[in-house]
Design a protein around this ligand. Structure first.
Ligand SMILES: NC(=O)c1ccc[n+]([C@@H]2O[C@H](COP(=O)([O-])OP(=O)(O)OC[C@H]3O[C@@H](n4cnc5c(N)ncnc54)[C@H](OP(=O)(O)O)[C@@H]3O)[C@@H](O)[C@H]2O)c1
Length: 319
């Protein structure tokens, strides 16, 4: 396989950091497009990586940045908007994808991978609704022959530098008690290394034929079960309280007003759906995904004594 010239929007973030290193190791040239170049400087030393500052909502700026690439990847996503009413979600998820598709055509980039989320288009949250609208745009571009595409829909992604386990870990460390909205919501946390492997295989196999890949880890956890497990792995004594829905809703409304919205009414709505796969796309890519309980203890510092029974092969490399 010869190396491609790959453009990644949102490549400065958590998944981007892992993906950029993997694509570089596979011999690709990678451009990380960012709104603010210093945000990606930690990746500047990765071989074959270039950082390009651009204005992603400005069609000319985006088109210029895309020129000369074979494949574009969109990793931009937000969990909360600044205001209310869905405008911020529409801008970051839908308008941006609309612009990427137009810019790809103008810059003659013929391949596109969209990072979406499990349950895109379902439920009542702006987050999931706008994710679904973006997917429709990508699928239209595929059907009309404008682009060769793939869509990834992961459940919550975990890794040593994630914002999921790390956020709960920080909350557990500072607070004697943790009230949890939607404690029975189910997740199949997926390892960032497996997500990146899926991207690498789709790119290497030229499997950009419009497929949608749901990506789930091998274990399904209820939210409260997961946080209790994390507390025990961290060796903390904390009270974790599952809130009934009326209180969870109030928690969302209260946190709507906190700067940075660590939780929101929209998050509460997203949590009304289980983040589990109907058909795990890893199987189509011949990848055996890790489970969180078998892998995360390797960096949480414990020996895994509280982890579940291993469900994956024993000889896998967790690096
Ligand atoms: N992490 C998860 O558990 C998870 C689960 C399911 C789906 N996903 C999806 O996977 C993708 C990558 O996730 P991630 O965890 O790596 O996200 P992340 O760390 O937040 O990175 C996303 C990047 O998007 C850019 N960005 C953020 N807000 C933006 C905005 N309003 N307009 C334009 N660009 C913006 C930022 O890049 P610059 O500041 O450099 O421009 C940021 O580094 C996202 O689409 C996310 O929704 C993630």
């Amino acid at each position: 396989m010869s190396g491609k010239k790959i453009f990644i929007l949102g490549g400065s973030g958590f998944v981007g950091g892992h993906l950029v290193r993997r694509l570089s190791a596979d011999g690709h040239e990678v451009t990380i497009a960012t709104r603010y170049a210093p945000a990606a400087r930690h990746l500047a030393i990765v071989p074959g990586v270039r950082i390009r500052q651009c204005r992603p909502y400005d069609l000319d700026s985006l088109t210029q940045a895309l020129e000369g690439h074979d494949l574009a990847i969109n990793l931009v996503g937000i969990l909360n908007e600044r205001g209310f009413g869905g405008k911020g979600f529409r801008r970051a998820h839908v308008e941006l994808v609309e612009k990427i598709i137009i810019a790809c055509e103008a810059a003659q980039v013929s391949q596109f991978i969209q990072m979406s989320s499990i349950n895109a288009g379902e439920g009542s949250s702006y987050y999931l609704q706008t994710r679904g609208q973006a997917e429709q745009l990508v699928q239209q571009a595929q059907v009309s022959g404008l682009l060769d595409t793939a869509i990834f829909r992961p459940s919550t992604i975990f890794g040593p530098d994630d914002s999921f386990l790390n956020r709960f870990a920080s909350l557990l460390k500072i607070s004697p008690m943790l009230p949890l909205a939607r404690p029975n919501a189910r997740f199949a946390p997926v390892y960032v290394g497996d997500v990146v492997e899926a991207f690498a295989r789709v790119i290497a196999g030229e499997r950009l034929d419009g497929q949608v890949y749901e990506l789930c880890g091998s274990e399904v956890w209820a939210l409260k079960e997961l946080v209790v497990w994390l507390r025990d792995e961290l060796g903390l004594r904390r009270l974790i309280i599952g809130l009934p829905d009326w209180m969870g809703q109030m928690q969302g409304m209260a946190f709507n007003l906190v700067p940075g919205k660590p939780f929101s009414s929209d998050n509460f709505k997203s949590l009304q759906l289980d983040s589990v796969c109907t058909e795990n796309g890893f199987l189509r890519l011949d990848i055996q995904p890790w489970g969180m309980g078998e892998l995360a203890p390797t960096w949480l510092g414990a020996s895994g004594r509280h982890g579940r029974a291993r469900t994956g092969p024993d000889d896998r490399d967790a690096s």
